[in-house]
Design a protein around this ligand. Structure first.
Ligand code: AR6
Length: 180
């Protein structure tokens, strides 16, 4: 599914983020930037060991929740990896929405700062961190739509959803947000 926000394309696809031919892909990291399972494990495996070496060297103190940092992308087709730290879901009253939306905004800011025209996001926080998929879809898409309306770039934002359930949830949320 694809919609235009002004001159920018917002696209939802089902697939594997490590395969995306875009300027930057986003990793769903933890605040120690220590690596892990899920999309983090897949990105580090596909990128090779230089990704962790660079991350450790440049960001020894990690990255706070709601923020993101940039590294090169090792063997991946992308130029950069943005390591974003989403919130752990604690029931909805622990600033989860604000922190999740902040991750997406910070990555879009990093895209502009680094001259990226295209960026691919996973569904940050919806795996190990337990953010309910339908809410994550609504909150993250709203943050991206607001950013694109305000800044008019990057040209392409792609959400790469892992599996049919996630893809369906994001499609429904995007339809609802565009109808508002
Ligand atoms: N491509 C796209 N999406 C994927 C892929 C992939 N290759 N693999 C998994 N997903 P998670 P979180 C989806 O757990 O919830 C790590 O250990 C997955 O189905 O990767 O932010 C980190 O080190 C889910 O919908 O990230 C942190 O400690 C989504 O990506 C912690 O997990 C996010 O799931 C972060 O948890």
């Amino acid at each position: 599914m694809k919609v235009m926000i002004g001159d920018c394309c917002l696209e939802l696809v089902q697939g594997d983020i490590t395969k995306q031919q875009v300027d930057a892909i986003v990793n769903a990291a933890n605040s120690r930037l220590a690596g892990g399972g899920g999309v983090d494990g897949a990105i580090h495996r596909a990128a090779g060991p230089t990704l962790m070496e660079e991350t450790r060297r440049r960001y020894p103190d990690g990255c706070p929740t709601g923020d993101a940092v940039v590294t090169s992308a090792g063997n991946l087709p992308a130029k950069y990896v943005f390591h974003a730290v989403g919130p752990v879901w604690r029931g909805g009253n622990a600033r989860e929405k604000e922190l999740l939306q902040s991750c997406y905004r910070r990555c879009l800011e990093l895209a502009i700062e680094n001259g990226c025209e295209s960026i691919a996001f996973p569904a940050i926080s919806t795996g190990a961190y337990g953010y309910p998929m339908d809410l994550a879809a609504e909150h993250s898409l709203q943050a991206v739509i607001d950013f694109l309306r305000e800044h008019g770039k990057p040209k392409l934002v792609r959400f790469v959803l892992f599996g049919e359930g996630a893809y369906g949830a994001y499609c429904r949320a995007l339809e609802e947000l565009m109808a508002r």
